[in-house]
Design a protein around this ligand. Sequence first.
Ligand SMILES: Cc1cc2nc3c(=O)[nH]c(=O)nc-3n(C[C@H](O)[C@H](O)[C@H](O)COP(=O)(O)OP(=O)(O)OC[C@H]3O[C@@H](n4cnc5c(N)ncnc54)[C@H](O)[C@@H]3O)c2cc1C
Length: 418
Amino acid sequence: MRQAHTEVLVVGAGPVGLWTALLLAEKGIEVSLIDRESRTAARSYACALHPATLKLLDTLGLAESAIERGRRVDTVAFYDGPARQGEIHLSKLGGSFPFLLILPQSGLEGLLEQRLRAAGVQVHWNHRFEDLTQQEEDVSAVIEELEGTNTGYIVPHWETVVKNRSPLGVEFLIGTDGHNSMVRSRAGLEYQRVGETESFAAFEFESKDKIANELRVVLDETTTNVLWPLADDRFRWTFQLLRAEISGDFPEKERRAVRIDQPTIDERIRQYVQKVAHQRAPWFTSEIKRVHWCSEVSFERRLVTQFGRKRCWLAGDAAHQTGPVGVQSMNMGFREAAMLASILHKVLREAAPISLLDTYNCDLQKEWQMLLARPRGLQPRSETNPWVAKRCDRILPCLPACGTDLGQLAAQLQLAPP
Ligand SMILES: Cc1cc2nc3c(=O)[nH]c(=O)nc-3n(C[C@H](O)[C@H](O)[C@H](O)COP(=O)(O)OP(=O)(O)OC[C@H]3O[C@@H](n4cnc5c(N)ncnc54)[C@H](O)[C@@H]3O)c2cc1C
């Protein structure tokens, strides 16, 4: 039997995978996108798009739809307890989209999937990448089709079983399969830990009072905390957890759109958020009406030593992770996808050499070394506010930008790239 074949296989239909597949499809490249889950994410997760990402979305006419669904934020303010220590304004960046767009990841993924469908590409949900073999001219991937079965008798219990296992021949394989990437591991790409793991608890809530339309980052001696204004009059507190409070590993994304109400637990969570917010940010006097969703999540500082080799490449969280405040990992993933799609178009349609992909690795290594402050991050000047100077390494992952925009935002705090 002949093995099925497509030009590019994208593994993982998170925001970066959906965007990668869309860019390739728009360039007329035959693309197949698989995900082991049954649908897109149901929660806000990485909830902010940088101006540069909006510019990228605009190349496919998607920026306006994203803006309609999100909330524009101009200011990022830095606090230490009650004191406001600094602020940056995205409006000073100029350009077509001089603001941060707060858009829940669920909304972003929905928008991208819809557009992908319009481009004639269906996500193959319930399909899991298992293994790969790289040859000189192509890659053979092993994909498992999954299905759920109800195994319980009195108490229903859902289990996932493999319905089908089949090979797929591809010219290129792109792993956008997130932090625990199987593609990265099967391709033998080393994922180096380059810093401390930090754990956070995120609480999305409605408030009885009006809350300022700015991102507020609270950096005290030991913790980083963020108050995000979300769309639809919701907000999110993200609190860094102290070592004793941490319970688990990086959680999988939740796919259920509906939440089951548990009044007693909900009230306990509401009181907890109100208390911690008041302790860490005494200026937060708003009354929390209802907590809609909460989750605990750990963020490592990690980077692959190589973004890929031969015909198998990575983008997004599969290749890196940093702190959550500046949403740099997902936003860089959008740029990586655009770089990869452009190179693959040149290789597949214009007979460019495959070695062009080495520039992808070199450029990103440089950029990520800077984002991860290796060996040095942002540097204070003589006139820098001492509070900012002392925390410059902690401020770097909190800036909602990468590349030249990052330099411009840092300059507003009198910090300079190394
Ligand atoms: C609770 C929570 C809160 C978060 N909060 C923030 C935040 O405040 N700021 C921030 O910057 N980031 C946050 N994140 C992280 C953010 O969601 C990621 O940075 C972002 O999703 C990365 O996008 P991605 O497309 O690279 O990978 P992902 O969104 O992780 O997508 C990977 C996809 O690959 C699929 N997949 C994995 N393995 C396989 C396989 N073997 N075969 C097929 N498919 C596979 C998965 O099902 C998934 O859909 C949060 C994450 C969680 C879970």
